[in-house]
Design a protein around this ligand. Structure first.
Ligand SMILES: CC(C)(COP(=O)(O)OP(=O)(O)OC[C@H]1O[C@@H](n2cnc3c(N)ncnc32)[C@H](O)[C@@H]1OP(=O)(O)O)[C@@H](O)C(=O)NCCC(=O)NCCS
Length: 167
Protein backbone atom coordinates (compact mmCIF):
# COMPACT_ATOMS: atom_id res chain seq x y z
CA UNK A 1 0.00 0.00 0.00
CA UNK A 2 1.28 3.44 -0.90
CA UNK A 3 1.81 6.04 1.77
CA UNK A 4 -1.31 7.70 3.20
CA UNK A 5 -1.19 11.11 4.86
CA UNK A 6 -3.95 12.45 7.08
CA UNK A 7 -4.27 16.24 6.93
CA UNK A 8 -6.66 18.88 8.12
CA UNK A 9 -8.43 20.33 5.08
CA UNK A 10 -7.14 23.87 4.61
CA UNK A 11 -9.61 25.21 2.10
CA UNK A 12 -12.76 23.98 0.42
CA UNK A 13 -12.04 25.26 -3.06
CA UNK A 14 -14.03 24.21 -6.11
CA UNK A 15 -11.66 21.41 -7.13
CA UNK A 16 -11.61 19.95 -3.64
CA UNK A 17 -15.38 20.19 -3.31
CA UNK A 18 -15.81 18.32 -6.59
CA UNK A 19 -13.44 15.58 -5.47
CA UNK A 20 -15.26 15.22 -2.14
CA UNK A 21 -18.60 14.99 -3.94
CA UNK A 22 -17.16 12.27 -6.17
CA UNK A 23 -15.98 10.31 -3.12
CA UNK A 24 -19.29 10.78 -1.32
CA UNK A 25 -21.26 9.61 -4.35
CA UNK A 26 -19.18 6.52 -5.05
CA UNK A 27 -18.66 5.53 -1.39
CA UNK A 28 -22.43 5.29 -0.92
CA UNK A 29 -23.08 3.53 -4.22
CA UNK A 30 -25.58 0.77 -3.53
CA UNK A 31 -26.71 2.58 -0.34
CA UNK A 32 -28.58 5.48 -1.96
CA UNK A 33 -30.92 5.86 1.01
CA UNK A 34 -28.01 6.78 3.32
CA UNK A 35 -26.06 9.14 1.15
CA UNK A 36 -25.57 10.21 -2.40
CA UNK A 37 -29.13 11.46 -2.82
CA UNK A 38 -27.67 13.41 -5.70
CA UNK A 39 -24.77 15.70 -6.44
CA UNK A 40 -26.55 18.92 -5.58
CA UNK A 41 -27.52 17.50 -2.18
CA UNK A 42 -23.92 16.34 -1.66
CA UNK A 43 -22.60 19.78 -2.55
CA UNK A 44 -24.88 21.53 -0.06
CA UNK A 45 -24.22 18.95 2.62
CA UNK A 46 -20.44 19.04 2.26
CA UNK A 47 -20.46 22.85 2.35
CA UNK A 48 -22.59 22.66 5.49
CA UNK A 49 -20.05 20.25 7.03
CA UNK A 50 -17.19 22.58 6.15
CA UNK A 51 -18.90 25.62 7.67
CA UNK A 52 -19.92 23.72 10.79
CA UNK A 53 -16.66 21.89 11.54
CA UNK A 54 -13.66 23.34 9.69
CA UNK A 55 -11.17 22.43 12.40
CA UNK A 56 -12.23 18.79 12.39
CA UNK A 57 -12.43 18.25 8.65
CA UNK A 58 -9.67 15.74 7.87
CA UNK A 59 -8.73 14.24 4.53
CA UNK A 60 -6.63 11.18 3.68
CA UNK A 61 -4.25 11.76 0.81
CA UNK A 62 -2.55 9.18 -1.37
CA UNK A 63 0.07 11.23 -3.15
CA UNK A 64 -1.80 14.38 -4.14
CA UNK A 65 -5.17 12.66 -4.43
CA UNK A 66 -7.80 12.82 -1.71
CA UNK A 67 -8.86 9.24 -1.01
CA UNK A 68 -11.29 9.80 1.85
CA UNK A 69 -12.43 12.21 4.53
CA UNK A 70 -13.99 12.49 7.96
CA UNK A 71 -15.86 15.43 9.46
CA UNK A 72 -15.57 15.71 13.25
CA UNK A 73 -17.48 18.39 15.15
CA UNK A 74 -16.42 19.18 18.71
CA UNK A 75 -19.35 21.55 19.24
CA UNK A 76 -22.50 19.65 18.38
CA UNK A 77 -25.65 20.22 20.38
CA UNK A 78 -27.28 16.81 20.59
CA UNK A 79 -30.97 17.05 21.33
CA UNK A 80 -30.85 13.40 22.38
CA UNK A 81 -28.19 14.10 25.01
CA UNK A 82 -29.50 17.55 25.85
CA UNK A 83 -25.98 18.96 25.69
CA UNK A 84 -22.95 19.57 23.53
CA UNK A 85 -21.07 16.45 22.45
CA UNK A 86 -18.58 15.54 19.75
CA UNK A 87 -20.08 14.32 16.49
CA UNK A 88 -18.95 12.57 13.35
CA UNK A 89 -21.01 14.19 10.60
CA UNK A 90 -19.55 12.36 7.62
CA UNK A 91 -17.05 9.60 6.94
CA UNK A 92 -16.33 8.21 3.49
CA UNK A 93 -13.49 6.58 1.58
CA UNK A 94 -13.44 6.34 -2.21
CA UNK A 95 -14.49 2.83 -3.26
CA UNK A 96 -11.18 2.39 -5.11
CA UNK A 97 -9.30 2.88 -1.84
CA UNK A 98 -11.59 1.05 0.59
CA UNK A 99 -10.35 -1.92 2.57
CA UNK A 100 -6.75 -0.70 2.89
CA UNK A 101 -6.83 0.81 6.35
CA UNK A 102 -7.56 4.41 5.32
CA UNK A 103 -10.84 4.45 7.25
CA UNK A 104 -9.01 3.32 10.39
CA UNK A 105 -6.42 6.08 9.99
CA UNK A 106 -9.16 8.71 9.58
CA UNK A 107 -11.13 7.42 12.57
CA UNK A 108 -8.05 7.45 14.78
CA UNK A 109 -7.36 11.05 13.83
CA UNK A 110 -10.98 11.97 14.51
CA UNK A 111 -11.01 10.38 17.96
CA UNK A 112 -7.70 11.97 18.89
CA UNK A 113 -9.14 15.35 17.89
CA UNK A 114 -12.51 14.98 19.63
CA UNK A 115 -11.09 13.46 22.83
CA UNK A 116 -9.30 16.75 23.45
CA UNK A 117 -12.63 18.52 23.78
CA UNK A 118 -15.47 16.09 24.31
CA UNK A 119 -16.35 13.32 26.72
CA UNK A 120 -18.97 11.75 24.45
CA UNK A 121 -19.18 11.27 20.70
CA UNK A 122 -22.36 10.71 18.72
CA UNK A 123 -22.91 9.52 15.18
CA UNK A 124 -25.72 8.12 13.05
CA UNK A 125 -25.44 5.13 10.76
CA UNK A 126 -27.93 3.62 8.31
CA UNK A 127 -29.73 0.63 9.81
CA UNK A 128 -28.62 -1.66 6.99
CA UNK A 129 -25.07 -0.36 6.94
CA UNK A 130 -23.82 -3.25 9.08
CA UNK A 131 -20.21 -2.97 7.86
CA UNK A 132 -19.93 0.60 9.11
CA UNK A 133 -21.81 -0.13 12.36
CA UNK A 134 -19.39 -2.96 13.14
CA UNK A 135 -16.48 -0.74 12.26
CA UNK A 136 -17.72 1.79 14.84
CA UNK A 137 -18.34 -0.92 17.44
CA UNK A 138 -14.68 -1.84 17.06
CA UNK A 139 -13.94 1.64 18.43
CA UNK A 140 -16.31 1.27 21.36
CA UNK A 141 -19.39 2.96 19.89
CA UNK A 142 -22.65 1.48 21.20
CA UNK A 143 -26.02 1.41 19.46
CA UNK A 144 -28.31 3.44 21.70
CA UNK A 145 -31.37 4.25 19.65
CA UNK A 146 -33.01 4.60 16.29
CA UNK A 147 -34.90 7.28 14.40
CA UNK A 148 -36.43 6.13 11.13
CA UNK A 149 -33.73 4.37 9.12
CA UNK A 150 -30.92 5.84 11.25
CA UNK A 151 -29.27 4.19 14.23
CA UNK A 152 -27.70 6.45 16.82
CA UNK A 153 -24.37 5.33 18.25
CA UNK A 154 -22.37 6.89 21.06
CA UNK A 155 -18.93 6.43 22.52
CA UNK A 156 -17.68 7.75 25.84
CA UNK A 157 -14.18 9.10 25.90
CA UNK A 158 -11.99 10.34 28.68
CA UNK A 159 -11.18 13.95 27.94
CA UNK A 160 -7.55 14.22 26.99
CA UNK A 161 -7.24 10.49 26.30
CA UNK A 162 -5.17 10.08 23.18
CA UNK A 163 -5.75 6.40 22.58
CA UNK A 164 -8.44 5.58 20.04
CA UNK A 165 -10.07 2.90 22.18
CA UNK A 166 -9.94 0.41 19.30
CA UNK A 167 -10.73 -3.08 20.57
C1 LIG B 1 -16.81 2.95 6.38
C2 LIG B 1 -15.62 3.32 5.48
C3 LIG B 1 -15.35 4.81 5.59
C4 LIG B 1 -14.40 2.54 5.93
O1 LIG B 1 -13.29 2.93 5.14
P1 LIG B 1 -12.16 1.88 4.67
O2 LIG B 1 -10.99 2.65 4.20
O3 LIG B 1 -12.75 0.90 3.75
O4 LIG B 1 -11.84 1.20 6.06
P2 LIG B 1 -10.57 0.33 6.45
O5 LIG B 1 -9.94 -0.29 5.25
O6 LIG B 1 -9.69 1.12 7.35
O7 LIG B 1 -11.23 -0.76 7.34
C5 LIG B 1 -12.12 -1.67 6.76
C6 LIG B 1 -13.05 -2.10 7.84
O8 LIG B 1 -14.31 -1.49 7.60
C7 LIG B 1 -15.32 -2.48 7.60
N1 LIG B 1 -16.35 -2.01 6.67
C8 LIG B 1 -17.08 -0.90 6.88
N2 LIG B 1 -17.97 -0.73 5.91
C9 LIG B 1 -17.80 -1.72 5.05
C10 LIG B 1 -18.42 -2.06 3.83
N3 LIG B 1 -19.43 -1.37 3.32
N4 LIG B 1 -17.98 -3.14 3.16
C11 LIG B 1 -16.97 -3.85 3.67
N5 LIG B 1 -16.35 -3.57 4.84
C12 LIG B 1 -16.76 -2.51 5.51
C13 LIG B 1 -14.62 -3.76 7.27
O9 LIG B 1 -15.32 -4.80 7.89
C14 LIG B 1 -13.22 -3.60 7.86
O10 LIG B 1 -13.20 -4.02 9.18
P3 LIG B 1 -11.85 -4.64 9.84
O11 LIG B 1 -10.83 -3.58 9.87
O12 LIG B 1 -12.30 -5.06 11.19
O13 LIG B 1 -11.44 -5.78 8.95
C15 LIG B 1 -15.90 2.95 3.99
O14 LIG B 1 -16.25 1.59 3.93
C16 LIG B 1 -16.99 3.78 3.33
O15 LIG B 1 -16.73 4.86 2.79
N6 LIG B 1 -18.25 3.28 3.35
C17 LIG B 1 -19.34 3.95 2.69
C18 LIG B 1 -19.76 5.19 3.43
C19 LIG B 1 -20.18 4.86 4.85
O16 LIG B 1 -20.84 3.88 5.12
N7 LIG B 1 -19.77 5.76 5.79
C20 LIG B 1 -20.13 5.64 7.17
C21 LIG B 1 -21.49 6.22 7.32
S1 LIG B 1 -22.02 6.43 8.99
Amino acid sequence: MVEVKIERLKELDQETLERLIEIYMNAYEGMREYGGEGESYAKRYLRWCWNKAKDGFFVAKVGDEIAGFIVCDSDWYSKYEGRVVGAVHEFAVDKRFQGHGIGHRLMEKCLEYLAKQNDRIELWVGEKNEGAARFYEGYGFRRVGQSGIWVRMVKDVRKGDNSSGKN
